[in-house]
Design a protein around this ligand. Structure first.
Ligand code: ACO
Length: 334
């Protein structure tokens, strides 16, 4: 069976830099608290009206297509992962199809939050392997800042999230030894409301939210049980990385670069220690971008590639954990 490989990567982040200090102008927080707990120094936030989730996704996609040495017309399928679509429905996959002017190819939307990109990559991997498609565009993009509660009440969530997009073009590998080796996906829905945005939903539509609106109603802001999520993340990351390694008869020492979802620098450092990985085996850029959810893995992978840390023959591990809870890993021989 043929293998799938990543032929081109791209990312886009808004120009508008929001530092930790900037956040102190509208909530009770501090640069010290945010750096100490999360490692984040700054993030990018869209200037309202200047961009959208699909718009950023298209910019990242154009870069990935160009870096793959392809034209938009070569793409035969789109997979778009996000938790912050421009519209409640349809999802942004179709907007990318329209913006890139690609014929009436299929467009699939993935709703798996922080692990969305790795889930999307696993779908692309299978479609390429079976020969169903040849060049699949996989995008993760988030416009979080528009929906965050920018007050002291929302600080536990708001300081973490940033906006941006990352993309990859997945194509058939002409080398049987190179490409995506395996992907591993998990979920645990009993934790669905530990990290969630409850409204709007068809069971609680906008007019009802407005009618119910009181100062106490926070159901239209993301909620996160931070400690609880942290504890699960530091267990699930090593677990799903080990699962991928064992499925391929490999060990942590074989990893050239782990690109974890950028949820919190402390989580990545904990995973690094648990797995006894050296500093040069782990890539982190949360300091500059915060947590960009479905966009974080492709943004980090693109930056790592640009910095020469992803080379032909390297063993690259992608891993993510987040809302759902869902978690996933992918092992790639580059
Ligand atoms: N600035 C200052 N103080 C704050 C802030 C802030 N931004 N946020 C919370 N605090 C305060 C709290 O009010 C609390 O004060 P209290 O002790 O007086 O009550 C204190 O700091 C500690 O709050 P905790 O929430 O317990 O802080 P914690 O150490 O757990 O750190 C954090 C919070 C950073 C969110 C951490 O729990 C975390 O990173 N969790 C995991 C996040 C994650 O992995 N998410 C998954 C991906 S996201 C996705 O899938 C969409």
């Amino acid at each position: 069976m043929r293998k799938a490989r990543i032929a081109g990567l791209g990312f886009y982040v808004p120009e508008n830099v929001v530092t930790n200090q900037d956040l102190t102008s509208f909530m009770d927080t501090s640069d010290e608290w945010i750096r100490e707990r999360t490692g984040i120094e700054e993030r990018r936030w869209v200037v309202p009206g200047e961009d959208t989730t699909s718009g950023m996704g298209v910019k990242a996609a154009r870069m990935a297509i160009e870096n793959a040495g392809l034209e938009a017309s070569d793409i035969d399928f789109i997979i778009f992962a996000t938790l912050s679509p421009d519209y409640y429905f349809p999802g942004p996959g179709v907007q990318v199809q329209e913006a890139l002017g690609i014929d009436t190819i299929g467009a699939l939307d993935v709703r798996n939050q922080c692990s969305g990109f790795v889930y999307a990559l696993s779908v692309a991997d299978q479609y390429i392997k079976t020969g169903m498609y040849n060049n699949i565009l996989v995008i993760g993009s988030e416009y979080h800042s528009g929906g965050l509660e920018k007050t002291t009440r929302g600080r536990g969530v708001t300081v973490i999230f940033g906006d941006g997009a990352g993309a990859a073009v997945v194509t058939a590998s002409d080398d049987a030894n190179r490409g995506i080796l395996s992907t591993h996906l998990h979920s645990e829905g009993k934790n669905a409301t530990e990290l969630a945005l409850i409204g709007p939903a068809t069971s609680r539509w906008v007019d009802q939210i407005i009618a119910d609106h009181s100062e106490e109603d926070t159901s239209f802001y993301p909620y996160m049980n931070g400690n609880y999520v942290f504890k699960h993340a530091v267990t699930r990351f090593p677990e799903v990385i080990m699962e991928a390694l064992m499925a391929n008869n490999l060990t942590p020492a074989d990893i050239d670069l782990l690109v974890p979802h950028q949820a919190n620098l402390r989580i990545a450092q904990f995973v690094q220690r648990t797995m006894k990985l050296r500093d040069d085996q782990v890539f982190n850029n949360i300091m500059k971008y915060g947590n960009t959810t479905a966009a974080s893995v492709p943004i980090a992978l693109t930056e790592a590639f640009q910095q020469g840390r992803v080379k032909p023959g390297d063993l690259i591990c992608l891993a993510a954990f987040g809302s759902g809870f869902t978690w996933a890993s992918a092992l790639i021989r580059w």
